[in-house]
Design a binder for this molecule. Structure first.
Ligand code: ZN
Length: 356
């Protein structure tokens, strides 16, 4: 079995909304895409686990994805207090999963030792920074709780940046990028050796982050060349990911995989491999990984949960990908990137050298 370290999932959000005990659900398995039994069955050794605040009363209506073209307006901004409550709950769940020996939070690069039989190796990620103030109050507390990755914005505007709408027939050039507060957040995250994620930010925001000198990372986005949708990346963006020593993680969400932008599950694995081949061609073979969006998006046929990850490995083999490339995409590229990026155990977080 090829080990998989995944760039993005929403398991903590799903567990936070479940009625049953989240630790038991994760340990014993349940209806979602990611839990310990499914991870073991599919060779998943860890990944980025997102903290996310849904917009109350404005749930994403997935039936819209059945009938492209679509252009779903971004939801209203979310006030800090409304964002902080679900994030705190999800941090508590991550802490409880760690206390139960089911996951281990990565705090430094020395913690990057994924073990197929041990606890899952988890990088805690914040998807949309609404729970942090414009003056960055709240970042310290999250960092101390183990946060090592953040996307300034989700597909919903905030004080830091503008996010892309779910829109077909368009790349991510949908509006302005980082605000001054967003630039300050990105610089501070960079100084701490955190990952800054460009998935969901506009194209302008992507280039603003490049201007700040960060490695460009899109944890769960695909190629506009195959599926032209605002959540995916153009060839110029994919090349910049490679040139800056960054990473792009393949999103399995059907509407980001399929050329027609539909959420229909048919043909998904084939499209996934086409995206991977294109992303490797543009970004380079050391800069492409997986970013499933498990528990956050509709999954393709044959890749319905973490338990099915080896089906994607098989599809890569059938498409002629070599074993080194497959291992790189599945785990080694994320590991290499994180070992360069995260703080070292013996280095104070604020003196991390700048990286390309
Ligand atoms: Zn997302």
């Amino acid at each position: 079995m090829i080990p998989v370290f995944d760039g993005h999932n929403d398991a903590l959000l799903r567990l936070s909304m479940a009625k049953d005990d989240p630790v038991a659900l994760f340990r014993d398995g349940g209806p979602g895409h990611v839990d310990l039994p499914k991870a073991r069955a599919g060779g998943m050794v860890g990944g980025f686990f997102a903290l996310f605040s849904p917009t109350p009363n404005q749930p994403l209506d997935f039936t819209v994805f059945d009938a492209p073209p679509y252009d779903i307006p971004v939801p209203d901004p979310l006030p800090k207090h409304a964002a902080a409550v679900p994030v705190a709950r999800q941090v508590d769940i991550a802490t409880a999963l760690e206390a139960a020996g089911l996951i281990r939070l990565v705090l430094t690069r020395e913690d990057l030792t994924p073990d197929p039989e041990g606890p899952l190796t988890v990088v805690l990620h914040l998807e949309g920074a609404e729970c942090i103030d414009a003056d960055l109050q709240g970042l310290d507390k999250l960092y101390d709780a183990g946060l090592r990755s953040l996307g300034p914005v989700w597909s919903r505007p905030n004080v830091f940046a503008h996010g892309v709408p779910f829109r077909t027939g368009s790349d991510g050039d949908t509006g302005p990028g980082l605000t001054d507060a967003g630039r300050a957040l990105v610089r501070e995250a960079h100084a701490r050796g955190m990952v800054v994620d460009c998935s969901h930010i506009t194209m302008q925001g992507f280039w603003d982050i490049a201007e700040e000198g960060l490695p460009l990372v899109a944890t769960h986005s695909n190629a506009c060349a195959i599926s032209l949708t605002a959540r995916n990346l153009t060839d110029a963006q994919l090349k910049a990911v490679g040139e800056t020593g960054g990473m792009v993680g393949l999103n399995f969400g059907t509407m980001f995989l399929r050329p027609d932008g539909k959420r229909a599950p048919e043909g998904g694995i084939g499209f996934a491999v086409r995206h991977l081949a294109h992303m490797v061609e543009m970004a380079g073979e050391d800069h492409v990984g997986l970013g499933s969006d498990f528990d956050g998006a509709p999954m393709p046929e044959g890749l319905g949960s973490a338990a099915a990850l080896q089906a994607l490995v098989e599809a890569m083999r059938e498409a002629g990908f070599g074993e080194t490339l497959i291992r790189g995409i599945c785990q080694d590229n994320w590991m290499g990137f994180l070992r360069r990026r995260l703080p070292a155990e013996d280095a104070p977080a604020t003196t991390q050298e700048g990286r390309p």
